[in-house]
Design a protein around this ligand. Structure first.
Ligand code: AMP
Ligand code: MG
Length: 411
């Protein structure tokens, strides 16, 4: 049985990230939110493009103040609003009315904000002496033309969109979204779309929906192939169809040691390389890690919480790496939080306890599911409602008392 970190390493090592030349597309900037940049963005402009004011106030020359101990300046007749081209240079002993974003006139190097002045007709009394260069945004201070603004592999958020727009890029090259096929296995499964009454023993194929949602949250495209019966021939066909059309395949169910668990057997028959069959994690122990060439195959357990846990802990990072995202996205994020209730584990496997993370007084507080004894069943999908974080108890860690800190994985 693999440890969690061994399984993570095997999976990430198997992933060959997309080729930015082949597996990319050019999108209008507004459509690129949450996508991964497949090229470096270089600034074609200096930012700011010219020295300008960070405040509403008066532009002045600092050196003039040395000779004017009473800190009184003449006000030039021009005013400089943002967007106005300045034509007049500042004369000695003069200041010029300027507004935020306005270009500094030649001869000025400092701005005093209007709150620190008293205007008396054409002259300005400074109430304090400014620092040299104060409230001036210098040309090229944020970035200089020709320098790299954003690295390839960056996930594009609102801040990147704003910065790219200001650099006047209308389009960006991003990686295409990986296609991930999902196969649900089990004789008991009925599609949510079916209108037939459920027969004894039948359940709705909820994994298809939960996994599709997780896949789209991870920035990929889900290809839900539906439920397949525990019938080796049907399953073989479904696996073949999946690997033919997807960059990655996830099947749920059929990877335990039950008589109807055919997935591993079929993968071997179809020529997959199999790299692992079980991980010391709870829930989520049966995890088949295989590949057909470039296509990675995950056989996750059918129990709904186990399937999601495998996704959060291992598959999400694999998708990020495949999709060209930089390494910060390949691993889950963990923080320390104080637990509101006692947490227990048998200590044999790394144990993941789902719950809710809040920051009531600015400090992270983890609240496990309301009824831990019945809640922590990997078949209890209802107990996951509201889950936004997972407490992690390491192997051999059997107890964390209420109030103590516990490692928490963010999802
Ligand atoms: P398995 O891993 O195939 O042994 O399934 C373990 C448990 O998960 C069983 O109780 C199944 O009924 C349930 N299960 C399997 N597949 C799904 C699915 N697609 N949606 C919801 N529950 C499932
Ligand atoms: Mg099954």
């Amino acid at each position: 049985m693999l440890s969690v970190s061994e399984a993570e390493k095997i999976i990430l090592d198997l992933i060959k990230p997309f080729d930015p030349e082949v597996d990319s597309e050019v999108l209008p900037l507004a459509q690129a939110i949450a996508r991964i940049l497949a090229e470096d963005i270089t600034s074609e402009l200096d930012f700011p493009q010219w020295d300008n004011s960070a405040m509403d106030g008066y532009a002045l020359c600092y050196a003039d103040l040395e000779e004017l101990p009473e800190l009184k300046l003449a006000i030039a007749p021009q005013e400089i609003a943002a967007g106005k081209k300045v034509t007049q240079a500042l004369a000695k002993g003069e200041c010029m009315r300027i507004f935020t974003g306005g270009m500094l006139p030649d001869g000025a190097d400092t701005v005093i904000m209007q709150e620190d002045t008293d205007r008396l007709g054409d002259s300005l009394q400074l109430k304090t002496k400014p620092q040299k260069g104060e409230y001036v945004r210098r040309k090229g201070e944020f970035i200089q033309a020709g320098l790299r603004l954003i690295n390839s592999g960056t996930k594009i958020g609102a801040t990147e969109i704003g910065a790219i727009a200001s650099a006047r890029c209308q389009q960006v090259k991003v990686y295409r979204q990986p296609k991930i096929a999902i196969i649900s296995t089990g004789n008991e499964l009925v599609s949510l779309e079916s209108s037939q009454p459920l027969q004894a023993g039948q359940i709705i194929d909820s994994n298809l929906y939960a996994l599709s949602a997780l896949i789209s949250q991870a920035g990929a495209i889900a290809i839900p192939l539906g439920a397949v019966r525990d019938d080796p021939q049907k399953l073989e066909l479904a696996i073949k169809q999946a690997i033919a059309q997807a960059d990655m395949v996830i099947s749920t169910g059929g990877v335990s040691v039950g008589d109807y668990d055919y997935v591993d057997e079929l993968l071997a028959k179809l020529g997959a390389e199999i790299h692992g069959r079980a991980v010391a994690i709870k829930p989520g122990k049966p995890l088949t890690i295989a590949n057909f060439g470039k296509v990675l195959y995950f056989g996750v357990p059918g129990n709904p919480v186990s399937a999601m846990m495998s996704f959060w802990r291992f598959i999400r990072g694999a998708i990020a790496k495949l999709n060209g995202a930089n390494a910060t996205h390949w691993y889950p994020q963990f923080i320390e939080a104080n637990t509101t209730d006692d947490l227990h584990s048998q200590g044999r496997r790394e144990t993941y306890l789902w719950g809710n993370l809040t920051y009531p007084k600015g400090k992270p507080i983890f609240r496990p599911v309301p009824n831990p004894n019945s809640g922590y069943s990997s078949g209890n999908l209802i107990s996951t409602i509201g889950t936004n974080a997972i407490a992690v108890m390491r192997v051999h860690q059997t107890y964390v008392p209420a109030g103590d800190q516990v490692l928490v994985m963010l999802i």
